[in-house]
Write a protein that binds this ligand. Structure first.
Ligand code: URA
Length: 287
Protein backbone atom coordinates (compact mmCIF):
# COMPACT_ATOMS: atom_id res chain seq x y z
CA UNK A 1 0.00 0.00 0.00
CA UNK A 2 1.38 3.46 -0.82
CA UNK A 3 2.09 5.74 2.15
CA UNK A 4 -0.81 8.04 1.39
CA UNK A 5 -3.43 5.36 0.87
CA UNK A 6 -6.08 4.92 3.54
CA UNK A 7 -5.79 1.77 5.63
CA UNK A 8 -8.58 -0.76 5.26
CA UNK A 9 -11.37 -0.82 7.86
CA UNK A 10 -9.49 -3.43 9.81
CA UNK A 11 -6.31 -1.38 10.00
CA UNK A 12 -5.53 1.51 12.27
CA UNK A 13 -7.87 3.70 14.24
CA UNK A 14 -10.46 6.21 13.25
CA UNK A 15 -8.91 9.64 12.89
CA UNK A 16 -11.56 11.32 15.04
CA UNK A 17 -10.77 8.92 17.90
CA UNK A 18 -7.04 9.61 17.62
CA UNK A 19 -7.65 13.36 17.61
CA UNK A 20 -9.99 13.17 20.60
CA UNK A 21 -7.33 11.27 22.55
CA UNK A 22 -4.79 13.97 21.63
CA UNK A 23 -7.00 16.63 23.23
CA UNK A 24 -8.86 18.08 20.28
CA UNK A 25 -12.26 17.78 21.98
CA UNK A 26 -15.11 15.31 21.62
CA UNK A 27 -15.25 12.92 18.67
CA UNK A 28 -17.97 15.10 17.26
CA UNK A 29 -15.75 18.20 17.56
CA UNK A 30 -12.94 16.23 15.88
CA UNK A 31 -15.23 15.29 13.00
CA UNK A 32 -15.93 19.02 12.60
CA UNK A 33 -12.18 19.69 12.43
CA UNK A 34 -11.81 17.02 9.74
CA UNK A 35 -14.83 18.27 7.82
CA UNK A 36 -13.40 21.80 8.02
CA UNK A 37 -10.28 20.64 6.16
CA UNK A 38 -7.99 21.44 9.08
CA UNK A 39 -6.59 17.93 9.48
CA UNK A 40 -3.98 16.36 7.24
CA UNK A 41 -2.73 12.79 7.05
CA UNK A 42 0.69 12.42 5.47
CA UNK A 43 0.38 15.99 4.24
CA UNK A 44 -3.00 15.59 2.54
CA UNK A 45 -6.29 17.00 3.79
CA UNK A 46 -8.14 14.14 5.47
CA UNK A 47 -11.71 13.10 4.81
CA UNK A 48 -14.34 12.03 7.31
CA UNK A 49 -14.09 8.34 8.15
CA UNK A 50 -10.32 8.25 7.56
CA UNK A 51 -8.38 5.66 9.54
CA UNK A 52 -4.74 6.07 10.49
CA UNK A 53 -2.04 3.66 11.46
CA UNK A 54 0.43 4.54 14.22
CA UNK A 55 4.03 4.31 13.07
CA UNK A 56 3.08 4.80 9.45
CA UNK A 57 0.84 7.84 9.18
CA UNK A 58 1.60 11.37 10.29
CA UNK A 59 -1.29 13.53 11.36
CA UNK A 60 -1.40 17.31 11.77
CA UNK A 61 -4.06 19.80 12.78
CA UNK A 62 -3.59 23.29 11.36
CA UNK A 63 -0.04 22.21 10.54
CA UNK A 64 0.76 21.10 14.12
CA UNK A 65 1.87 17.44 14.28
CA UNK A 66 -0.29 15.19 16.49
CA UNK A 67 1.10 12.11 18.24
CA UNK A 68 -1.03 9.11 17.31
CA UNK A 69 0.57 6.24 19.20
CA UNK A 70 -1.79 5.13 21.98
CA UNK A 71 0.96 4.75 24.57
CA UNK A 72 2.66 8.12 24.31
CA UNK A 73 3.42 9.75 27.63
CA UNK A 74 4.41 13.29 28.49
CA UNK A 75 5.76 14.26 31.89
CA UNK A 76 6.63 17.53 33.54
CA UNK A 77 9.37 17.17 36.16
CA UNK A 78 10.54 19.76 38.65
CA UNK A 79 14.22 18.91 38.44
CA UNK A 80 16.10 19.42 41.67
CA UNK A 81 19.70 20.60 41.95
CA UNK A 82 22.23 17.74 41.84
CA UNK A 83 20.62 15.55 39.17
CA UNK A 84 21.92 15.03 35.62
CA UNK A 85 19.72 15.29 32.54
CA UNK A 86 21.18 12.22 30.83
CA UNK A 87 20.12 8.60 30.79
CA UNK A 88 23.36 7.47 32.44
CA UNK A 89 26.13 9.29 34.19
CA UNK A 90 29.72 7.98 34.10
CA UNK A 91 30.21 9.51 37.56
CA UNK A 92 27.20 7.64 38.93
CA UNK A 93 25.25 10.76 39.86
CA UNK A 94 21.46 10.53 40.04
CA UNK A 95 19.64 11.06 36.73
CA UNK A 96 16.28 12.62 35.91
CA UNK A 97 15.13 9.24 34.57
CA UNK A 98 15.25 7.84 38.10
CA UNK A 99 12.63 10.40 39.14
CA UNK A 100 9.92 9.36 36.66
CA UNK A 101 8.19 6.01 35.92
CA UNK A 102 10.56 3.47 34.37
CA UNK A 103 8.00 2.15 31.88
CA UNK A 104 7.49 3.19 29.19
CA UNK A 105 11.03 4.49 28.68
CA UNK A 106 11.12 8.25 28.24
CA UNK A 107 13.84 10.77 27.47
CA UNK A 108 14.29 14.42 28.41
CA UNK A 109 13.37 17.16 25.94
CA UNK A 110 16.52 19.27 25.98
CA UNK A 111 18.54 19.53 29.15
CA UNK A 112 19.19 21.46 32.30
CA UNK A 113 22.62 21.66 33.96
CA UNK A 114 23.39 19.47 36.94
CA UNK A 115 22.88 22.42 39.29
CA UNK A 116 19.90 23.99 37.51
CA UNK A 117 16.47 23.41 38.98
CA UNK A 118 13.01 23.66 37.53
CA UNK A 119 10.78 22.54 34.72
CA UNK A 120 11.90 19.75 32.43
CA UNK A 121 9.79 17.80 29.94
CA UNK A 122 10.20 14.07 29.37
CA UNK A 123 8.40 11.97 26.79
CA UNK A 124 8.58 8.94 24.52
CA UNK A 125 7.15 10.97 21.62
CA UNK A 126 10.18 11.65 19.43
CA UNK A 127 8.34 13.80 16.95
CA UNK A 128 6.93 16.10 19.61
CA UNK A 129 10.29 16.29 21.37
CA UNK A 130 12.06 17.26 18.14
CA UNK A 131 9.45 19.88 17.46
CA UNK A 132 10.04 21.51 20.84
CA UNK A 133 13.79 21.11 20.97
CA UNK A 134 14.52 22.30 17.46
CA UNK A 135 16.42 25.60 17.69
CA UNK A 136 14.57 27.16 14.77
CA UNK A 137 11.28 26.82 16.65
CA UNK A 138 12.48 28.92 19.55
CA UNK A 139 9.98 27.98 22.25
CA UNK A 140 10.38 30.58 24.99
CA UNK A 141 11.98 29.55 28.26
CA UNK A 142 11.90 31.63 31.38
CA UNK A 143 14.48 31.42 34.16
CA UNK A 144 14.86 32.94 37.60
CA UNK A 145 18.51 33.61 38.30
CA UNK A 146 19.94 34.54 41.65
CA UNK A 147 23.17 36.40 41.03
CA UNK A 148 26.19 36.95 43.25
CA UNK A 149 25.29 40.64 43.54
CA UNK A 150 22.68 43.11 42.42
CA UNK A 151 23.24 43.65 38.67
CA UNK A 152 24.02 47.14 37.44
CA UNK A 153 21.70 48.78 34.89
CA UNK A 154 24.52 48.43 32.37
CA UNK A 155 24.75 44.67 32.96
CA UNK A 156 20.98 44.31 32.55
CA UNK A 157 21.11 46.27 29.34
CA UNK A 158 23.88 44.06 27.96
CA UNK A 159 21.91 40.92 28.85
CA UNK A 160 18.91 42.31 26.97
CA UNK A 161 20.82 43.37 23.88
CA UNK A 162 23.04 40.29 23.52
CA UNK A 163 26.19 39.02 25.15
CA UNK A 164 29.35 37.68 23.52
CA UNK A 165 29.35 33.99 24.39
CA UNK A 166 32.70 33.36 22.75
CA UNK A 167 33.71 32.07 19.31
CA UNK A 168 31.89 35.00 17.73
CA UNK A 169 28.57 33.92 19.17
CA UNK A 170 26.24 36.64 20.46
CA UNK A 171 23.16 35.73 22.47
CA UNK A 172 19.92 36.85 20.83
CA UNK A 173 18.06 39.75 22.48
CA UNK A 174 16.45 38.54 25.70
CA UNK A 175 13.74 39.84 27.99
CA UNK A 176 15.45 40.51 31.30
CA UNK A 177 13.97 42.15 34.37
CA UNK A 178 15.16 42.67 37.91
CA UNK A 179 12.63 41.09 40.27
CA UNK A 180 14.46 41.65 43.54
CA UNK A 181 17.88 42.25 45.04
CA UNK A 182 20.34 40.12 43.00
CA UNK A 183 17.39 38.32 41.41
CA UNK A 184 16.52 38.54 37.72
CA UNK A 185 14.02 36.95 35.35
CA UNK A 186 15.45 35.99 31.95
CA UNK A 187 13.32 34.95 28.99
CA UNK A 188 15.20 33.43 26.06
CA UNK A 189 14.23 31.38 23.05
CA UNK A 190 17.64 29.93 22.38
CA UNK A 191 18.98 26.94 24.27
CA UNK A 192 22.74 27.11 24.10
CA UNK A 193 24.88 25.14 26.50
CA UNK A 194 24.79 26.84 29.96
CA UNK A 195 23.45 29.90 28.22
CA UNK A 196 22.02 31.86 31.13
CA UNK A 197 25.05 31.15 33.32
CA UNK A 198 27.42 32.20 30.55
CA UNK A 199 25.46 35.37 29.80
CA UNK A 200 25.46 36.43 33.44
CA UNK A 201 29.13 35.55 33.93
CA UNK A 202 30.03 37.56 30.86
CA UNK A 203 28.41 40.74 32.24
CA UNK A 204 30.20 40.30 35.56
CA UNK A 205 27.39 38.90 37.70
CA UNK A 206 27.73 35.10 37.89
CA UNK A 207 24.72 32.98 38.78
CA UNK A 208 24.45 31.58 42.27
CA UNK A 209 21.24 29.66 41.68
CA UNK A 210 19.19 29.04 38.54
CA UNK A 211 15.68 27.69 38.02
CA UNK A 212 13.57 27.30 34.88
CA UNK A 213 10.08 28.58 35.64
CA UNK A 214 8.33 28.40 32.26
CA UNK A 215 8.54 26.49 28.98
CA UNK A 216 6.40 28.08 26.28
CA UNK A 217 2.96 28.34 27.82
CA UNK A 218 3.70 25.92 30.63
CA UNK A 219 4.25 26.92 34.27
CA UNK A 220 3.78 24.99 37.49
CA UNK A 221 4.49 26.54 40.85
CA UNK A 222 2.95 23.66 42.81
CA UNK A 223 5.16 20.83 41.67
CA UNK A 224 7.65 20.06 44.47
CA UNK A 225 11.35 19.60 43.65
CA UNK A 226 11.85 16.03 42.42
CA UNK A 227 8.11 15.56 41.70
CA UNK A 228 6.59 14.95 38.28
CA UNK A 229 3.11 14.94 36.79
CA UNK A 230 1.67 13.96 33.42
CA UNK A 231 0.91 16.83 31.08
CA UNK A 232 -2.72 17.31 30.19
CA UNK A 233 -3.63 16.78 26.55
CA UNK A 234 -4.27 20.52 26.31
CA UNK A 235 -0.75 21.24 27.57
CA UNK A 236 0.78 18.80 25.07
CA UNK A 237 -1.14 20.42 22.27
CA UNK A 238 -0.38 24.00 23.39
CA UNK A 239 3.36 23.28 23.57
CA UNK A 240 3.32 21.78 20.08
CA UNK A 241 1.50 24.85 18.85
CA UNK A 242 3.95 27.17 20.61
CA UNK A 243 6.77 25.35 18.80
CA UNK A 244 5.15 25.67 15.40
CA UNK A 245 3.98 29.23 16.01
CA UNK A 246 6.40 30.78 18.51
CA UNK A 247 5.46 33.93 20.40
CA UNK A 248 5.22 36.71 17.89
CA UNK A 249 4.27 34.57 14.92
CA UNK A 250 0.64 35.43 15.56
CA UNK A 251 1.33 38.98 16.68
CA UNK A 252 -0.65 41.79 15.16
CA UNK A 253 1.10 44.37 12.98
CA UNK A 254 0.91 46.86 15.87
CA UNK A 255 2.57 44.35 18.22
CA UNK A 256 5.29 43.65 15.65
CA UNK A 257 5.89 47.37 15.12
CA UNK A 258 6.13 47.92 18.90
CA UNK A 259 8.59 45.01 19.17
CA UNK A 260 10.65 46.42 16.29
CA UNK A 261 10.69 49.84 18.00
CA UNK A 262 11.86 48.23 21.26
CA UNK A 263 14.69 46.36 19.56
CA UNK A 264 15.66 49.49 17.62
CA UNK A 265 15.96 51.32 20.93
CA UNK A 266 18.15 48.53 22.21
CA UNK A 267 20.21 47.75 19.16
CA UNK A 268 20.29 50.94 17.16
CA UNK A 269 18.55 51.28 13.76
CA UNK A 270 21.30 49.67 11.71
CA UNK A 271 21.41 46.36 13.53
CA UNK A 272 19.72 43.30 12.03
CA UNK A 273 16.31 42.14 13.13
CA UNK A 274 16.81 39.97 16.23
CA UNK A 275 14.77 37.21 14.56
CA UNK A 276 17.44 37.05 11.85
CA UNK A 277 20.28 36.51 14.29
CA UNK A 278 22.19 33.29 13.63
CA UNK A 279 20.98 30.36 15.69
CA UNK A 280 22.46 27.46 13.79
CA UNK A 281 25.81 27.31 15.52
CA UNK A 282 27.06 23.74 15.83
CA UNK A 283 27.82 24.25 19.53
CA UNK A 284 26.05 22.01 22.01
CA UNK A 285 22.55 23.10 22.96
CA UNK A 286 20.59 22.98 26.17
CA UNK A 287 16.86 22.62 26.37
N1 URA B 1 20.94 28.09 31.02
C1 URA B 1 21.88 27.62 31.85
O1 URA B 1 22.89 28.27 32.10
N2 URA B 1 21.69 26.40 32.40
C2 URA B 1 20.61 25.64 32.18
O2 URA B 1 20.50 24.56 32.72
C3 URA B 1 19.63 26.16 31.31
C4 URA B 1 19.82 27.38 30.75
Amino acid sequence: MSPSASPTDAEGERLQKVLARAGYGSRRACDDLIAGGRVTVNGRVAELGRRVLAGRDTVAVDGVPVGILPDLVYYLLNKPDGVVTTAQDPEGRPTVLELVPQEPRVFPVGRLDYATEGLLLLTNDGEWANLLAHPSHGVEKEYLAELVADPSPGALRKLRVGVDLGAGLISAPARVSRVGPALIRVVIHEGRYRQVRRMCEEVGFPVRRLARTRIGTLRDTRLAPGAWRPLTTDEVRALGEAAVRPAGANASRAERRAAARRSEELLGPDDPDPDDSPSSSPERRDG
